[in-house]
Design a protein around this ligand. Structure first.
Ligand SMILES: *[C@@H]1O[C@H](CO)[C@@H](O)[C@H](O)[C@H]1NC(C)=O
Ligand SMILES: *[C@@H]1O[C@H](CO)[C@@H](O)[C@H](O)[C@H]1NC(C)=O
Ligand SMILES: *[C@@H]1O[C@H](CO)[C@@H](O)[C@H](O)[C@H]1NC(C)=O
Length: 390
């Protein structure tokens, strides 16, 4: 056993003293008492060191122990009423059995300003699968004109949506709420007017129904368009280290859809403090769900979106495909990507590639893709049977 250095030094000092006995006798009592207390506590601390630092030398504290770790543990922050209410609801939602449906359906939820240019393509995709899907349309600007009977009468009540504002999240929640009314809807896919399907219906149905994971994009971007959008008013419920970014286009389980309905605590923080106009230019729909699930169920989400988009040009908007860009090679390429790419927005522009793992297997990441211009529809219709075939 190592002897603490204080003892070695102490005994050396003692032997160096010529007449220890006389000196001891003259010493005032309080010094002896004080010394004994110090020694006893040092021995105590040596024998029962704080667990995390048991390998540290006592007097080398500067190299291993910040001073605050020697102070009694700071009392933990008391959760607020709202945090307690929220945590019990979420905990039980995550563990309770969900109602079982005999004929589970996928809810395709379209968030669009007006008409959907790819209705005919979706009709091709959905044909022959009646009873296994439902369609919901949130048209925020004008009443859509339909080119497929499958979409007629599927609009829900909508409200104005302002890009980057919480009204975008509200529209997503409105779609979820309406789709949840049908107990048979078991998976909820958010799509835009510029989205197309990349696989056959059966492939997509089995991909989604075969897992309990929700496909929500979520990554830590340390740059100005990621963590830089965090505002301190979100503290303490949302800490800086939990703030995440991700594309808004999700595909989620019924359990997680209900969880989003139940959340008011984190939603409120984003409604109040994540806006494009105040200071930090925060975009609510790119941060609310990635951050919420990072906090409440990080293991329950894939961290990638099943909707492909190409940000590689590094512009403000992703690449948009025109009719002339549409080739069999392009679509097959996108269909069989099995790595997800995230680009940090700081000066390092760090690119992270993560394989898409589902139920322990590496799988193609994407089921849908955006953004396609309306003029691409005829080429897409022509190629649909070939690019979706296995
Ligand atoms: C999903 O969870 C339920 C209940 O928790 C379980 O019975 C089922 O096997 C799970 N499905 C998959 C694909 O993991
Ligand atoms: C997603 O990321 C979180 C951290 O943000 C992690 O805890 C979780 O395991 C990840 N999920 C998967 C499926 O990799
Ligand atoms: C397909 O992917 C390969 C490899 O990522 C790339 O080199 C090629 O340009 C892509 N082709 C098209 C048409 O996008």
């Amino acid at each position: 056993m190592k002897v603490p250095r204080v003892w070695q030094r102490g005994s050396k000092d003692m032997t160096a003293m010529p007449h220890p006995r006389h000196r001891t006798a003259k010493k005032p009592m309080w010094i002896i008492v004080l010394l004994s207390i110090v020694c006893v506590s040092l021995i105590g601390a040596y024998v029962y060191p704080p667990r995390r630092y048991s390998t540290c030398y006592f007097f080398a504290s500067s190299v291993c122990t910040p001073f605050k770790d020697w102070l009694p543990a700071v009392t933990r922050r008391e959760p607020t009423d709202q945090e307690v209410f929220s945590s019990v609801v979420i905990r039980d939602l995550l563990s309770m059995p969900m109602p079982v449906s005999k004929k589970p359906k996928i809810a395709f939820m379209f968030l669009t300003p007006g008409s959907l240019p790819f209705e005919k393509l979706w009709e091709n995709f959905l044909q022959g699968h009646e009873g296994r899907y439902s369609i919901y349309i949130h048209a925020s600007r004008e009443k859509p004109v339909h080119s497929s009977p499958l979409f007629v009468g599927r609009e829900i009540r909508s409200e104005k949506v302002v890009w980057g504002r919480v009204s975008m999240v509200d529209a997503e929640k409105r779609l979820l709420g309406n789709a949840l009314l049908d107990i048979d809807n078991q998976f909820f896919v958010l799509l835009s007017d510029s989205c197309i399907p990349l696989h056959t219906f059966d492939y997509i149905y089995n991909y989604l129904m075969g897992t309990n994971v929700s496909f929500i994009d979520s990554f830590l971007d340390p740059g100005p368009h990621g963590s830089g959008r965090y505002s301190i008013e979100m503290f303490p419920e949302i800490e800086h280290r939990d703030f995440r970014k991700g594309a808004q286009w999700f595909a989620i389980t019924r359990r997680h859809a209900i969880l989003i309905m139940a959340d008011n605590l984190y939603y409120r923080k984003f409604k109040l403090y994540c806006k494009p106009t105040v200071g930090r230019n925060c975009i609510a729909d790119e941060h609310y769900l990635p951050t919420l699930f990072k906090i409440v169920d990080p293991g329950g989400i894939s961290n990638y979106s099943v909707t492909h988009v190409d940000w590689s040009e590094g512009k403000w908007h992703p690449r948009s495909y025109r009719a002339a860009d549409i080739t069999y090679e392009l679509l097959r390429n996108i269909t069989y990507f099995n790595e997800i790419v995230h680009i940090a927005s700081d000066e390092t522009r760090t690119v992270t590639s993560t394989p898409c793992i589902l139920n322990g297997r590496k799988r193609p990441c994407f089921l849908f893709a955006r953004k396609f211009y309306p003029d691409a529809v005829n080429n897409l219709l022509k190629l649909f049977p070939s690019y979706t075939s296995a």
